[in-house]
Write a protein that binds this ligand. Sequence first.
Ligand code: BES
Ligand code: MN
Ligand code: MN
Length: 462
Amino acid sequence: MNTIQSYIKQHKERFINELIELLKIPSISANSEYKNHVLKTADTLKISLEKAGCDTVEICKTAGFPIVYGEKIIDKNLPTILVYGHYDVQPPDPLNLWDSPPFEPIIKKTEIHPEGAIFARGACDDKGQMYMHVKALEFMTATNQLPCNVKFMIEGEEEIGSANLATFVKNNKEKLTNDIILISDTGMIANNIPSITTGLRGLSYVEVEVTGPNRDLHSGLYGGAVANPINILTKMIASLHDKDNHITIPGFYDKVEELSQEERTKMAKAPFSLENYKKALDIEAVYGEAGYTTNERNSIRPTLDVNGIWGGYTGEGAKTVIASKAYAKISMRLVPHQDWEEITQLFKNHFKNIAPKGVKVKVKPHHGGQAYVTPINNTGYKAASKAYQDTFGKIPVPQRSGGSIPIVALFEKELKSKTILMGFGLDSDAIHSPNEHFGIWNFLKGIETIPLFYNYFTAFSK
Ligand code: BES
Ligand code: MN
Ligand code: MN
């Protein structure tokens, strides 16, 4: 039998073991000490794509980590699907909060994943989800069922802003021509509530530095008489939200797209339990911008969050000191029509304006990207929806996500193609957190659903 179900049944142990091998390589793009591991992951992936049936696979050099590019072109007249994913992972810190080492994958059962989940950094984001596509391709080529052309573009710098991928895309438009882009790097509502991500937020990420006196001072001798950079920085940060949790940066909301009441009502129909949400996070109450629901706050509204803050003495015991400098890393999640470079500039101006005399302020932009919303009336979305209906037995719910994959907006701008976000992870899979994991059921469900997307997309494109 050559059905995807029988193929998975026969090969699933091998699929899982291959993924485990990939997860053992610590491909942390943010930390230069791991450079060789990141490069090794690209080499490993090249071999996987060759084995899965790509005709050509190249390791494309960039100014940073390489892009693994593979393709199988069966007929120029058939549609072409471009699969994008990333083989780099987030740093695993803090290590002491992991129940098992982040690069020694183990399978454990959980309440949400009774069939077991693989625990490792990158299990869900994005090695596990990216590898579903490699195995789906293997099935289609091994059984002669690939219905269209396929191109793979897997990068190693997604977690650090995809700057070199942007250049690669701009310089290789011909090579990358496609009819639809397919990505599994998002999530779904629950294993019994399939959903397709229809939106991603944009991002502006900055680092700020506040300098007071030219050296660290005795907090008794000088305390009260000079500006303490940590006191000032926290005051400045606190002032970035008003009492209703609106962001106070002038002009910040000018271009924000307000959804119609109709669209908001539709959104509110997506299954969601506030009680379970609070329980899962062990919080007594949710918190956020007045006038919006939890699901609106984390998807269609822009935000400003401190990601890290440091300065002064943080070692054991007490040290009476006024530090010379204080720092913070701040991210702003953006929504359609907000331009990330413009927002970065607005932040910079405002942050400098609110600094009192007696401190100096530096704002250093890191990276950013635009938001993206996918249409739900095009061939790609319809094909994805049909594929999920076949494998989940339910119509998937369209849902906008709060996360960001900044390169998606650039794909549309440079390659003029739409992206379909078929994510199979769950919010509880702890991506970017200690004990990240990916359900075996989800991994196999993805492999089962992807070939159906290929079939429906090809059929609907005729
Ligand atoms: N895969 C995530 C993005 C994501 C996860 C979107 C879940 C929707 C649902 C991606 O790897 C990621 O972490 N993106 C970063 C941005 C990047 C520029 C560092 C993010 O969203 O923080
Ligand atoms: Mn990702
Ligand atoms: Mn990520």
